[in-house]
Ligand binder design. Structure first.
Ligand code: PMP
Length: 364
């Protein structure tokens, strides 16, 4: 029997496999593996979600008009230059799909977001993976990797899974060094965790530079991961190209309503950022204090910390030990990080619990 042959280039993709919040023996564990908001979502967003039109037989607003207007008003943007997606994941796929294909190259850093490679291979393009500089994005390495086949560069800022941040002047230097026909995708999934002074000016760049696309999400600080809503900002030509291949009706009615309310609830965003600053700071201090056991935190500006295990306790053993203690974190051997765990900053109790469990493991 002959079966349909998939495109050879997709066979190089390892499917994205998130952690599960139950163990093999069915125990529920606390999920600190997907960088979700431990404080939940904004009460206003939840109320808007609950009050949203529940008509099941009608499609949502395909143009996401209210959502775009609300984003434009909040960030002082042109609503016509906003695209929306089923998570910002979809926008990353749209960028690759609109600008690259077989024979083309897409650059991302070695320790980068897993979807970059998936989006690249999906369209038959070749991922060009560049080295980091002590886990941080190395602008020179990216610029050195550019060839006449380069079509897209993906940079997350802050970066996942490292949490590292690339300052505004470095982003400007990266953009200035790229050919005009290369699309620079600045993935700002964690941008709201930065203080306003730390802003990398990505949106400002996307306002004036035709080859810059900024992507954002409601999954992280807004706590709306279940609804899958992301958005992007770029010049009209880039937005037009991505709309051509976007799935129709790609953001749900209730999701759009929740997102509009979430944008307005700046107090919730500020409270989440403050919580994250406090507990990430505490978490990092505690990991530093376990330095003699070989634990080392990578400096993070996001809602998670990458912890390196350079002593006798391996990341593998720590991952399983934390699971035993009731905490699911992210171990990323498949992404070249067999000696590290990425741990989301949870509630106070969760954060203290993870540290207590790690201390017990290092004391063993
Ligand atoms: N970019 C980065 C860097 C991420 O970490 C994530 C979520 N893990 C995303 C994009 C996608 O998030 P979403 O599709 O939920 O918007």
């Amino acid at each position: 029997m002959t079966v349909p042959a998939p495109k050879p280039w997709i066979l190089g993709i390892a499917p994205y496999t998130p952690g599960r919040s139950t163990t093999d023996d069915g125990r529920k564990v606390t999920k600190l593996s997907s960088n979700e908001n431990p404080l939940g979502t904004s009460a206003a967003a939840k109320a808007a979600f609950d009050a949203a039109d529940r008509t099941l037989e009608r499609y949502p607003d395909a143009s996401a008009a209210e959502l775009r207007e609300a984003l434009a008003a909040h960030y002082d943007l042109d609503p016509a230059r906003i695209i929306y997606g089923t998570g910002s994941d979809e926008i990353l796929h749209l960028a690759a799909g609109a600008y690259a294909g077989p024979g083309d190259e897409i650059i991302h850093v070695r320790y980068g977001f897993a979807v970059y490679e998936i989006a690249t291979r999906r369209v038959g393009a070749e991922p060009v993976v560049v080295p980091d500089r002590d886990y941080a994005t190395d602008v020179d390495a990216i610029l050195a990797a550019v060839t006449d086949k380069t079509r897209v560069v993906f940079v997350a800022n802050p970066n996942n899974p490292t949490g590292t941040f690339t300052v505004r002047s470095e982003i400007a230097r990266l953009h200035a060094g790229l050919p005009d026909d290369v699309l620079l995708v600045l993935d700002q999934a964690y941008a709201e965790y930065l203080s306003p002074e730390e802003d990398d000016a990505g949106l400002a760049l996307a306002m004036t530079e035709p080859n810059v696309l900024v992507t954002r999400t409601f999954s992280k600080i807004h706590g709306l991961a279940a609804e899958r809503i992301g958005w992007g900002y770029a010049c009209p030509a880039v937005i037009d190209a991505m709309h051509r291949i976007r799935a129709p009706f790609n953001v749900t009615t209730a999701g759009q309503a929740a997102a509009v309310a979430a944008i307005g609830d700046t107090a919730f965003v500020d409270a989440t950022r403050a919580h994250n600053d406090t507990w990430r700071g505490w978490f990092v201090e505690q990991i530093d204090a376990m330095g003699n056991a070989g634990l080392r935190p990578v400096p993070s500006k996001a809602n998670f910390v990458l912890v390196l295990f350079e002593g006798s306790l391996s990341a593998d053993a720590a991952y399983h030990g934390l699971m035993e203690a009731g905490y699911l974190v992210r171990w990323l051997p498949g992404q070249g990080l067999p000696n590290a765990l990425r741990i989301t900053i949870g509630t106070e109790d969760e954060t203290r619990g993870v540290i207590a469990a790690l201390r017990a493991l290092t004391d063993r």
